[in-house]
Design a protein around this ligand. Structure first.
Ligand code: 3HC
Length: 301
């Protein structure tokens, strides 16, 4: 896996001397999956995007095109680069077909431990033995996912942030048995995407969500207690802490169901009630008020 400079037809040169990957498979075509497909394809990788739903794949390709167009409008890329990027993305309905030739698979499916374990079993059975299996999970144990495979040394967390084409961070999470070679490959690959890898150990919520979610949860508690309205709470954190979005707006953007799910995982994982989701958050999720994606959360969209 060392020393090659790759040139994929019609693509940018993949110039990092330390890795020689060219085929990336992304499982799950939702917000994170299509963002991950976007950034790899833009950097010249051939991307296989897998989802069981035809509608999800269609929507993902439309979203990628729309987000590439934003980059064209800003002068970050040109129209030819946009078209070439789209041509490097191939869609698949099933894992067995989509992982053929993959050097790296990034799983970005539903945040459910049993679903992810089932996917990892299938990935392990179908992908080349040298293929690294990464997960974009926001809080599920990497070690547990690795344990359902026969290659725990090649399983790693690669946690991208939303919106993927914009955010610089990739939280790289080592499972108990992740090898140094696997970590080094993922660190170099992340740099190749013009993103910054931050390596952490496997623990509930890792670092990003362990710190972000209690802040969001506390903002919801303050709102529920009527200490202030949503816009003021958000304004305080934007003006006072230079956050680009306030915590309630960010919760709507991430998805209230996703926030609740991560808090539940930390609550159970640490066996510590301090992570328990605020009752208001639980109620809003039960009512289907999930934020931007359903048109209503702390704000209306
Ligand atoms: N694709 C491509 N480009 C995009 C984009 C997308 N999906 N979304 C926004 N952009 C670009 C815009 O074109 C614009 O480009 P420019 O700087 O060259 O003009 C830039 O990003 C800023 O976008 P906008 O002008 O539309 O709007 P804002 O200035 O309000 O920025 C934002 C939007 C980047 C989302 C900003 O509000 C932000 O950084 N918010 C915080 C996001 C955040 O915290 N993400 C982490 C969430 S937690 C997470 O993902 C972990 C998970 O496990 C829960």
């Amino acid at each position: 896996m060392h020393g090659k400079v790759l040139l994929i037809p019609g693509s940018a040169e993949i110039t990092n001397q330390k890795i020689s990957m060219k085929n990336i498979t992304v499982v799950g075509a939702g917000t994170m999956g299509n963002g991950i497909a976007h950034v790899f394809a833009l950097k010249g990788f051939r991307v296989h995007l897998i989802d069981a739903s035809e509608a999800a794949l269609e929507k993902a390709m439309q979203t990628i095109e729309k987000n590439l167009q934003r980059q064209v409008s800003k002068g970050i890329i040109n129209e030819v680069e946009k078209q070439e990027t789209l041509q490097r993305i191939f869609t698949f309905f099933n894992i067995a077909e989509g992982v053929q030739q993959a050097d790296l698979v990034i799983e970005a499916a539903t945040e459910n431990s049993e679903i992810k374990k089932s996917i990892f079993k299938q990935l392990d059975e179908n992908a080349h033995p040298d293929c690294i299996l990464a997960t974009n999970t926001s809080s599920i144990s990497i070690t547990q996912l690795a344990n359902v495979t026969n290659r725990p040394n090649k399983v790693i967390g690669m946690h991208f942030m939303n919106p993927v084409p914009v955010m610089k961070l990739v939280e790289v999470i080592n499972g108990k048995e992740t090898s140094e070679a696997t970590t080094n490959t993922i660190v170099e690959l992340t740099k190749l995407l013009d993103k910054i890898p931050c390596v952490v150990k496997d623990a509930p919520g890792f670092i990003a969500n362990r710190i972000l979610m209690p802040m969001i949860n506390e903002a919801i508690h303050a709102f529920a207690e009527g200490i202030s309205d949503a816009a003021t709470i958000d304004q305080i954190m934007k003006l006072g802490m230079a956050h680009p979005m306030g915590p309630l707006q960010l919760a709507d953007y991430i998805g209230l169901d996703v926030c609740k799910n991560i808090l539940d995982i930390m609550n159970t994982g640490f066996n510590n009630e301090k992570y328990a989701p605020c009752p208001l958050l639980v109620n809003m999720v039960a009512q289907g008020k999930l934020g931007v994606k359903t048109g209503e959360g702390f704000y209306k969209y």
